[in-house]
Design a protein around this ligand. Structure first.
Ligand code: HEM
Length: 207
């Protein structure tokens, strides 16, 4: 019971927090994507009331592409392990004996150049639905896969969209420098926007 509660509360927090941070970091480093996401959020909220907006925050296709690309490039969980319950014959006639513990590298899969072109580049277009057919089903596994995959993945994606959308409405993200890490290590700054609301919805927005 203790393990389950710990998993649901603590592990789900730091994975989501890490995903939010990396998404904001990547948007700070790629201003044109940041602006495109912001525009998408503003288009969504224009002329609508709060309840409608909440329901529709899950409908942000480009922002979702940016979040997924962050989950690919900077996966909060780097690897998962599985124990073979039976002998497994692999291509090349090699057998993994039952009882072996196998580590599946999420980082390795997401950075494998045979799976992803220019894997170290931040390119949200990879997740354009029109490119989905060219991806294999296990190329993108930030939430793992199979019967013990993440039960919170849909909730996490909603959380991510809401936090990223509301942050972009209020702040412009710019790359910054952490003096303790040196100039080569870029963090990001939040610059506040003046944000006016119009008849209960956020329709006007100023730089
Ligand atoms: C971006 C956020 C998240 C990421 C990247 C993530 C990733 C993962 C991964 C990779 C696993 C599989 C571990 C394994 O196969 O051994 C997992 C399992 C799990 N996750 Fe998440 N997770 C996230 C958010 C959440 C949230 C928000 C919740 C709950 C509300 C949650 C609850 C769980 C639970 C309960 C399991 C265990 C499932 C099982 O063992 O059957 N996760 N998560």
């Amino acid at each position: 019971m203790f393990d389950h509660v710990t998993l649901m509360t603590l592990d789900s927090h730091d994975t989501t927090a890490s995903a939010i941070c990396w998404t904001l970091y990547n948007l700070a480093r790629h201003e044109h994507y940041q602006e495109k996401c912001r525009q998408e959020v503003m288009d969504l909220i224009e002329g609508r009331d709060g309840q409608e907006i909440q329901e529709d925050l899950s409908n942000l296709p480009f922002t979702t592409m940016c979040i997924k690309e962050s989950l690919r490039l900077h996966s909060p969980v780097q690897a998962v392990t599985r124990s073979y319950t039976q002998d497994m014959v692999l291509p090349g006639n090699r057998t993994v004996p039952a009882g072996t513990i196998c580590l599946v590298s999420i980082y390795g899969t997401h950075h494998n150049p045979t799976v992803w072109t220019n894997p170290h580049e931040y390119d949200p277009q990879r997740f354009d639905p029109s490119n989905k057919k060219s991806q294999t089903s296990h190329a993108f596994i930030p939430f793992s896969s199979g019967p013990r995959n993440c039960i919170g993945q849909k909730f996490a994606m909603v959380e991510l969209r809401v936090v990223v959308a509301l942050t972009l409405l209020r702040f412009r993200l710019t790359p910054g420098v952490n003096p303790e890490l040196g100039s080569s290590r870029v963090l990001f700054n939040f610059q506040s926007h003046h944000f006016r609301s119009c008849r209960g919805c956020a329709a006007e927005y100023q730089h």
